[in-house]
Write a protein that binds this ligand. Structure first.
Ligand code: SF4
Length: 229
């Protein structure tokens, strides 16, 4: 039995990418109202053991042999860093001479134990979705003591010492960060974090799109501004 799940292999910038989820169900330190995975029953930011890692790695090895990826993208049901074997999983992928991209929401990236793990990856994605403390609490419903200030600071600190490619993903959400003042603030955050690459996305989940999605025009306008900081 394996706890991992996979997406079909795809090509991105000429590279074969295999996307893998290493969590058996959602574990995250946030509980975003628009999370496509659903509610966070397991809101945690410390590592947890899951069964079946050995058999999951055997399956991963077979997947790698069958699909011949060049990059493994760890994109999990929540925050992959809370898997207590993530270090071994990354080492295993690296032992196959493959690149690793890790998706994290970014909050944990300044903790020593997680810095060490993320530093092993060739690419790390951190995110931002709202830009006021009030919205952070209300919309992303993180662990009690978290603040937006610390969130941004954590990604900034991580990227200062990181030698890989840090990708910063910004989600534009109607009514939360799609006005001029917010865009200006996001630009400041981009400058502060100083990522290698910026990705701008919007809410496209069918359930939340109607309320929180933005039009193509606004999306293009904001993307142009943020991609040229
Ligand atoms: S950070 Fe991502 S995975 Fe976690 S609750 Fe928010 S949208 Fe879901």
């Amino acid at each position: 039995m394996s706890n991992f799940s996979y997406k079909d292999i795809y090509i991105e910038d000429g590279k074969r990418v295999l996307e893998i989820n290493i969590l058996p169900e959602k574990y995250c330190n946030f509980d975003c109202i628009f999370c496509p995975i659903g509610r966070s029953k397991n809101k945690i930011d410390t590592q947890k053991s899951f069964d079946e890692v050995e058999s999951s790695l055997i399956e991963l090895e077979k997947k790698i042999e069958d699909t011949k990826p060049e990059l493994i993208f760890i994109n999990s049901k929540g925050e992959a860093l809370v898997h207590d074997k993530i270090d071994d999983i990354i080492d295993f992928i690296k032992s196959k001479d493959l690149s690793v991209r890790l998706l994290s929401n970014g909050y944990l990236l300044a903790k020593d134990e997680y810095i060490k793990i993320a530093n092993k990856c060739d690419e790390v994605i951190g995110e931002i979705k709202v830009i006021t403390e009030e919205h952070f609490k209300k919309v992303q419903r993180p662990i009690e003591e978290y603040t937006l200030k610390e969130y941004i600071e954590n990604m900034t600190l991580f990227n200062k010492q990181y030698n890989g490619k840090f990708i910063f993903e910004i989600t534009i959400i109607k009514g939360y960060n799609d006005d001029n003042k917010s865009v200006k603030k996001i630009k400041e955050i981009i400058k502060k974090i100083s990522p290698d690459k910026v990705i701008v996305v919007r809410i496209d989940d069918e359930i939340f799109k109607k309320k929180l999605g933005i039009s193509d025009e606004i999306f293009e306008e904001i993307s142009n501004e943020l991609l040229n900081v």
